[in-house]
Design a protein around this ligand. Structure first.
Ligand SMILES: *[C@@H]1O[C@H](CO)[C@@H](O)[C@H](O)[C@H]1NC(C)=O
Ligand SMILES: *[C@@H]1O[C@H](CO)[C@@H](O)[C@H](O)[C@H]1NC(C)=O
Ligand SMILES: *[C@@H]1O[C@H](CO)[C@@H](O)[C@H](O)[C@H]1NC(C)=O
Length: 287
């Protein structure tokens, strides 16, 4: 049932760690472990990783596949290891919501390695497996460091490349700890004002995506979204197409720029604000 999120910069040993954790949990703790690997998914789709990481749309598609694959494999008996860069804070938050929603515990393992050493590993890879200098540097710039003060990154194991695996500690964090109760998410950490709009952008995007997927499953009228502590929306109808939802989202972002919510607002609080905005907007439409 538990989920292990690997996070790290290029060539810092993410897949090596994922395999070590898999072996440890299988051999010592006798649990079944699945690895969901970004590399494999990129290879199976016959894509090239440098191309994927320079194409936000493609990259997002891969992230979507990774997330749904990881969540699909989460069962009470299995451990799932998500072996990917997972460098976006908002994405790790989404994974946390999803795993919490399926009653699962989660740990984050960050792989750390000196930049020169990692580059050295990188250039020793085969041509297809190698990051270009451009892509490598871009991923360094984009990386949002996991922080154990964020409840979605916690518990966090930061492992240097030469350190041995704290297998027992990881096992204990996964199995001897209660999963977080599904309704505690309103107690999230406050956002820093600097990346506030960025955060708001991601949160609202995630909500729109959830509405679209709920609608694909035939939801109408009043719906409850699983993430952000459960947002209830009313008047979801055939007339909220993806294009319309995208427009409401832009309106909300413009509104929020002019009337910024308190910087102490938590991600869940912002999600609620967007929910209220949608409620009001949708109920004003002719039915
Ligand atoms: C979670 O929800 C239950 C029932 O709705 C409530 O009794 C409990 O106090 C809630 N816990 C928290 C931490 O909000
Ligand atoms: C939207 O409206 C419904 C029905 O009035 C209400 O239960 C829900 O809490 C509202 N959602 C938000 C996010 O305010
Ligand atoms: C919106 O939903 C509320 C509660 O379900 C309902 O009373 C109202 O008629 C709906 N409004 C529209 C415009 O559909």
């Amino acid at each position: 049932m538990p989920l292990v999120i690997i996070a790290g910069l290029p060539s810092t040993g993410k897949s090596t760690r994922a395999n070590q954790i898999k072996e440890f949990l299988q051999d010592v703790n006798k649990v079944k472990v699945h690895i969901v690997s970004e590399n494999d998914i990129i290879n199976n789709k016959e894509l090239q990783k440098n191309k994927v990481f320079s194409d936000p749309q493609k990259e997002k598609e891969i992230r979507g596949i990774l997330k749904s694959e990881a969540i699909r494999l989460l069962t009470p008996e299995n451990v799932v290891i998500l072996d990917a860069g997972n460098y976006i804070k908002g994405y790790r938050y989404e994974l946390y919501c999803a795993s919490k929603n399926s009653g699962s515990t989660q740990v984050t393992v960050e792989t750390i390695c000196a930049k020169e050493e990692a580059w050295d590993w990188n250039i020793r890879r085969s041509e297809e497996e190698r990051y270009s200098k451009e892509c490598y540097d871009a991923l360094h710039l984009r990386y949002e460091i996991p922080d154990s003060r964020n409840r979605w990154d916690s518990p966090l194991f930061c492992l240097q490349s030469h350190e041995s695996l704290p297998g027992n500690e990881i096992y204990q964090a996964l199995f001897l700890r209660k999963p977080p109760p599904p309704n505690q998410s309103t107690q999230s950490a406050p956002l820093s004002s600097a990346n506030f709009l960025n955060e708001l952008d991601k949160i609202t995007q995630a909500i729109v995506a959830e509405i679209i997927s709920a609608k694909k499953c035939g939801a109408e009228g009043t719906i409850k979204l699983p993430c952000h502590g459960g947002i209830v929306l009313q008047n979801i109808s055939g007339s909220c197409s993806p294009a319309q939802l995208a427009r409401y989202r832009r309106q909300f972002l413009n509104y929020a720029k002019l009337h910024p919510p308190s910087p102490k607002e938590t991600p869940d609080g912002l999600a609620q604000l967007f929910g209220q905005f949608l409620n009001t907007t949708l109920s004003a439409l002719p039915s």
